[in-house]
Design a protein around this ligand. Structure first.
Ligand code: PHE
Length: 450
């Protein structure tokens, strides 16, 4: 059923898929974004909604998106085209692939700037400059960074160039091997930080902030943000997991692999939250401080630990690594499509898409300084791009995947692809009704329609 010209290599094993998918899922979304969103949106209630979205919407859609990829075995746009032909339905479905490609492109433009911040912290940590830093000084150091377009520009450029250099060679074996060590490394580091947090004065308050839901503190928009964060963090609705699924050999259990990836992703986000909020409360900081949260809290913890400069350095190296593996997933759909359809070499495809992202990233760099006063709907450029992609484009992409897998593809086809046994009926119910309805309801109520 697949056009042989486009058949690409398959993963050597299920492990390779799990590593790549975790690499895409675990990134700045878990360590940087989840904690500050939880802080801004009322803590426990946000976390509860987030967890519910992961289970009820995220996992079923992740299974569906991986399955579409494995059956289509091409870039998302061509996969959707092939599968629509197979189901004898409108080829308009391939616009879902376009939407995903555009989302990945827009997300990477700001992702790269924030990844640049974490690269700067690698050097700040290693210089020993943050040893015994006070909360005030940690904020000052971060604000200096935020107000300097030049420094952010340099590191945004370095990060984007590194990503594109890796992507142009094809997702290499070296990276796959490195992921095997880096992911557990990040996990160990977070556990270490959690150990520190447990002994801090703010621990009880931090835990109750994060895990004791107070639903009076959550608005319609916060529910939308929690759902958007579930899509963002799992890396759904934009075709990257579809691409990774396209490398998966037949007969590997999609459901087991994806549930594993989703659990690891969620665990990492929670571990990051548990590390950060005790520091916030012990130092009388504001949980609502926004995108600077990890940069203004973690240096305080590392600064007080024996060997903290080394641990801090290692931590930010691992964050950088996690960010690179996600960045690759964000741009891969665009690069795969350009090289499949435009007869472009991978290098040229990378150069063009990378340049575009890099230029757009300036908007984010300036959002924190020169353009901080320029807002649309009360949001600066960065906030707007983030809001539109995570809270609108990814969920819409996810709904399209759900509708296609649940209503367009034949039951026999999905049942054989998934080989889930009795759990299949639950998946089918979720993908046909629960997930699309929940996404639609949350989105419509946030924009005030229902
Ligand atoms: N999941 C990544 C993170 O949490 C970001 C990402 C979003 C990657 C969408 C791929 C697709 O950092």
């Amino acid at each position: 059923m697949t056009d042989q010209r486009f058949l690409h290599n398959q993963w050597s094993s299920r492990l390779a898929f799990v590593l790549a998918a975790s690499g895409s899922a675990i990134g700045l979304g878990n360590i940087w974004k989840f904690p500050y969103l939880a802080g801004e949106n009322g803590g426990g209630a946000f976390v509860a909604v987030y967890l519910l979205c992961v289970v009820a919407i995220g996992i079923p859609i992740m299974i569906a998106e991986t399955m579409l990829g494995r059956r289509g075995r091409q870039s998302p746009i061509n996969t959707m085209l092939t599968l629509a032909q197979e189901a004898k339905t409108s080829s308009a479905w391939h616009y879902a692939g376009w939407l995903g490609m555009l989302s990945g492109f827009l997300i990477l433009s700001y992702y790269s700037v924030i990844a640049g911040w974490s690269m700067i912290y690698i050097f700040k940590m290693s210089s020993g400059y943050l040893t015994h830093i006070s909360a005030d000084n940690a904020s000052r150091v971060f604000n200096e960074l935020k107000s300097s377009p030049e420094i952010q520009f340099i590191w945004h450029t370095v990060f984007m160039a590194t990503t594109m250099a890796i992507v142009s060679r094809g997702v290499s074996g070296g990276l796959e091997r490195a992921t095997r060590f880096m992911m557990p490394g990040l996990f160990i580091m977070l556990v270490l930080l959690d150990g520190y947090a447990m002994n801090s004065d703010g621990f009880a308050q931090g835990i109750s902030f994060l895990f004791k839901p107070d639903f009076s503190r959550i608005s319609g928009e916060s529910v939308l943000v929690a759902m958007g964060q579930a899509f963002f963090s799992l890396g759904l609705g934009m075709g990257s997991i579809m691409i990774y699924g396209s490398y998966l050999p037949d007969h590997v259990s999609i459901s087991r692999s994806t549930v594993f990836v989703a659990s690891a992703d969620t665990l990492v986000a929670l571990l990051a939250g548990v590390a950060i909020f005790p520091i916030v409360f012990a130092n009388h900081l504001e949980p609502t401080m926004g995108p600077g949260l990890i940069f203004q809290t973690l240096p305080i913890a590392f600064g007080q630990m024996p060997g903290g400069s080394l641990f801090g350095l290692l931590f930010f190296v691992l964050v950088f690594f996690a960010a690179i593996t996600s960045a690759i997933a964000l741009i891969e759909p665009a690069v795969a499509w350009l090289s499949e359809n435009r007869a472009m070499s991978r290098e040229t495809a990378c150069l063009r898409s990378g340049l575009g992202c890099w230029l757009l990233g300036f908007g984010t760099v300036f959002s924190f300084n020169l353009w901080s006063e320029n807002t649309w709907f009360g949001k600066n450029f960065f906030e707007l791009v983030d809001f539109i992609t995570a809270n609108i484009m990814l969920p819409v992409g996810g709904i399209l995947v759900a509708l296609f897998a649940g209503w367009v593809m034949k039951r026999e086809v999905t049942e054989t692809e998934l080989e889930m046994g009795p759990a299949y009926s639950y998946w089918r119910l979720a993908i046909r009704y629960a997930s699309p309805l929940a996404v639609a309801l949350v989105t419509l109520s946030a924009i005030g329609v229902v």
